[in-house]
Ligand binder design. Structure first.
Ligand code: HEM
Length: 399
């Protein structure tokens, strides 16, 4: 097999192909997407921190200068929302947006949320266990992070069912070479989501509550504030980034444990291993398999010259199995101590929600370990179609 992100077999087992890439072609051109694949941990880690690359190039050049076509007009509503959030901009705009939003995500703020997250996780797991199990993804993995981020932002309970489908449709655009249909679906979802949030933001600006949308709509001490477009872009980003990967770490993580019964037993016997186990599950089966960067100035990676205007695809899933960095990398070791995995990224776009994600994962894995100490697989799970955002369709378990 070779690197083939549209092939379900590759998506299910990408790690042998990654090993071959790291050994034989650590930096290689991938014709079908026109990107340079980067497979080694050292290179991925360095490039994420290298300011000669960016998530966007639009702050330094137009599409034509980078040899790219203009965005088709029908995609306007999508790009307006996406490029108003911090993830798709570079400094100085990125610095400003991240500063305005980051106050809500400091480790201290997030630690204060722990009792609430623990209560939510406990309730979900109690109900799941009382039913004797079911689909762990739709009944525990999804509702926990969706509820947490929706409550933080102040999205009314009655509207929360809308969030997951909007988010999933928008994320379709992040896969490699999305179909025209997926593009239209993403544009429609971005429009609807944005209209919804404009309404909510206006209501909160007029009548502030004790929630993050109200806080983000206020002017800060130094007189800065988010524009309405930035506020909407930020909320869409937080709602999407705030749950997609967490759902997949929960699903992929339990599937990894169930496939490695020795490690599951070790964790069941010693819940004190939970913090290292969660980091290891994020490393061993990486939920976001790759992230892209534009090359803003000529660079050289592992002896390969990559000119300005190129795009690199940083293979996080491969970096996380690199034997240069991890001892016995293909082994799942819930007690692994030295674990510089790259699943939260690195550099200026390092995941803003990492402390929150860690709290959510610790509480949901912890609740399941305590409440369902004999949980077992009820059916062989299937991978969803996504490669970039990679997760199981469902995970049927028996308690
Ligand atoms: C286990 C769960 C999560 C994983 C694996 C994850 C992973 C990532 C990664 C890899 C990036 C950087 C992307 C890049 O450099 O191109 C990122 C950025 C981001 N994440 Fe997370 N994330 C998780 C959970 C969360 C949560 C819970 C939130 C918020 C509530 C969140 C909010 C963000 C934001 C706002 C950014 C953009 C940061 C910036 O551009 O400066 N993430 N995440």
């Amino acid at each position: 097999m070779h690197f083939d992100p549209w092939n379900p077999e590759f998506v299910a087992h990408p790690y042998d192909v990654y090993a071959e890439l790291r050994r034989e072609r650590p930096v290689s051109f991938f014709e079908p997407t026109g990107q340079w694949l980067v497979a080694r941990h050292a290179d991925v880690n360095t490039l994420l921190r290298d300011r000669r690359l960016g998530r966007s190039y639009l702050h330094v050049a137009g599409h034509a200068e980078f040899g790219r076509p203009d965005d088709p007009e029908f995609q306007d509503p999508f790009w307006r929302v996406i490029r108003a959030g911090m993830l798709d901009v570079e400094p100085p705009v990125h610095t400003r947006l991240r500063r305005l939003v980051s106050k809500a995500f400091t480790p201290r703020m997030v630690e204060a949320l722990r009792p609430k997250v623990a209560r939510l996780a406990g309730d979900l797991v109690d109900r799941f266990a009382e039913r004797g199990g079911g689909d762990l993804i739709s009944e525990v993995a999804e509702p926990l992070p969706v509820t947490v981020i929706a409550e933080m932002l102040g999205v009314p309970e009655a509207d929360r069912h809308l969030l997951r489908p909007w988010s999933a449709d928008i994320c379709g655009m992040y896969e490699l070479n999305p179909s025209v249909e997926a593009q239209h679906t993403a544009v429609r979802a971005a429009s609807e989501f944005s209209d919804y949030l404009v309404g909510l933001a206006r209501a909160r600006r007029a009548d502030p509550g004790d929630d993050l949308i109200s806080a983000l709509a206020q002017v800060t001490d130094d007189g800065d504030t988010l524009t309405e477009e930035e506020l909407v872009g930020t909320c869409v980003l937080l709602l999407n980034a705030g749950h997609e990967a967490t759902v997949n770490v929960t699903g992929n993580g339990w599937w990894s444990l169930l496939r490695n019964p020795g490690e599951l037993e070790r964790l069941r016997a010693d819940h004190g291993l939970l913090p290292t186990a969660i980091e290891e599950l994020m490393r061993w089966d990486t939920p976001l398999q790759m992230f892209e960067r534009w090359v803003l100035e000529d660079i050289s990676v592992g002896g390969v010259d990559i000119p300005r205007g190129s795009e690199v695809a940083l293979l996080f899933g491969s970096a996380n199995r690199d034997p240069e960095v991890f001892d016995d990398p293909d082994r799942l070791d819930v007690g692994r101590r030295d674990n510089p995995h790259i699943s939260f990224g690195a550099g200026i776009h390092f995941c803003l929600g990492a402390p929150l994600a860690r709290v959510e994962l610790a509480e949901s894995f912890g609740a399941l370990l305590r409440r369902a100490p004999k949980m077992e697989l009820a059916a062989e799970p299937e991978w969803g179609p996504g490669y970039v955002i990679r997760g199981l369709e469902s995970l049927q378990v028996r308690i």
